[in-house]
Design a protein around this ligand. Structure first.
Ligand code: V4E
Length: 216
């Protein structure tokens, strides 16, 4: 488990030149398809828990304690801090913790089989899209910058640092802030991610509920 500290921003053609000027090294350009899963009651996303399959790998993001309180307590916090879980057994445990109502082990299918665990928690895909991502590293600061273009017509950038469990989040925030300044980012509002825009366009009622409940 690690903590992903991240600041999103809106990028444009000039961002590529600026990144080069400030020492960003282009590392990859790739394309990936994400499928996000939840049960019909949206228990996971209502708990700000994001389960996805990216190119055959399962990943789950859930808020750190700071993130759970930041929305109401810390005005102007531009960075998000989410735990990132990639170990399948840990993902199962987290899903079980959030979804209380599921088929128990004796009656339900085994967690080991992929389709079976989705069935057991009634998980179905509610969002899927493809992203083209250009990634850069700023070696001096140990920061990565991703420039994403989603296939439904939304582009967003991210300055991010992956902090190992128990690592120095404060230092990550400082490094992100320095890169944000070098990129000339202004504004004191969090920038919306791809999922925000996808939900707003495709599942507006659920999006409105998540906004109302301060999940997003
Ligand atoms: C954590 C989260 C969601 C899951 C998608 O996470 P995100 O980092 O936005 O996607 P992506 O494709 O860049 O993943 P990566 O490749 O970096 O692992 S959907 C909503 N959230 C919470 C959230 C939030 N409340 N506010 C902001 C600004 N971002 C994310």
């Amino acid at each position: 488990m690690s903590v992903e500290v991240e600041r999103k921003f809106l990028w444009h053609a000039d961002t590529l030149k600026t990144l080069e000027k400030i020492g960003g090294v282009a590392v990859t350009q790739c394309q990936f398809h994400d499928k996000y899963f939840d049960n019909p009651q949206f228990d996971l996303t209502s708990a700000d828990t994001w389960l996805r399959e990216r190119e055959g790998r399962w990943e789950l993001k859930c808020p750190t304690l700071f993130e759970r309180t930041a929305k109401t307590n810390v005005a102007g916090e531009l960075c998000t801090r989410y735990k990132e879980i990639t170990n399948l057994s840990e993902i199962h445990l987290k899903v079980k913790e959030v979804i209380k109502d599921y088929e128990d082990g004796e009656r339900g299918p085994s967690l080991q089989e992929e389709d079976a665990w989705l069935q057991r928690f009634q998980l179905v895909c509610f969002a899927e899209f493809t992203t083209i991502r250009r990634s850069f590293v700023l070696e001096e600061e140990g920061v990565r910058v991703d420039l994403d273009q989603a296939d439904f017509g939304y582009s967003v950038g991210e300055i991010e640092v992956l902090v190992p469990e128990g690592g120095d989040v404060k230092s990550a925030l400082g490094r992100i802030e320095r890169i944000a300044q070098k990129l000339g980012l202004t504004g004191n509002q969090r920038i919306r991610g791809k999922m925000h825009v996808f939900l707003e366009r495709n599942l507006p009622d659920h999006y409105a509920k998540l906004l109302r409940e301060h999940v997003l």
